[in-house]
Design a protein around this ligand. Structure first.
Ligand code: ZN
Length: 124
């Protein structure tokens, strides 16, 4: 068990918490209990941080614009250009290079492409 607080620190806590005279628990056991409690809380905090990182993760190319595809984008704007500046994952990019017809795109992606300036190619 990792020691987060020293025996001296937990003794101080013990004195504060039990200052009403209730000193049923041994100081050694208290020291152990406090460190167990901190260990549990610390582990949970670390888990939350890992989950947060996953949720916040945004690949440099963004996500594939093909409807139903959750893959990372690997190229942007190179394929199916007559209909928009699409971000595609590697497998949908291959599909485009093979000359396959364009699948349905995500609604947000269609909406985004509708707002793109036809001449400059910029988004508003
Ligand atoms: Zn895809």
């Amino acid at each position: 068990m990792k020691e987060y607080l020293t025996k001296e620190q937990t003794d101080k806590l013990f004195m504060t918490i039990t200052s009403n005279g209730c000193r049923e628990m041994e100081e050694d056991r208290f020291h152990q209990a406090i460190n167990e409690a901190i260990h549990t809380v610390t582990q949970q905090t670390e888990k939350i941080e890992v989950v947060k990182k996953c949720v916040e993760y945004e690949p440099s190319y963004g996500w594939c614009d093909v409807k139903g595809c959750d893959c990372e984008g690997s190229s942007g704007g190179a394929h199916w250009r007559d209909t928009g500046y699409w971000t595609l994952c590697s497998s949908h990019g291959r599909m485009a290079r093979e000359g396959k017809p364009q699948p349905k795109m995500k609604r947000e992606a269609i909406k985004r492409e509708k707002n793109r300036d036809k001449i400059s190619g910029c988004l508003p």
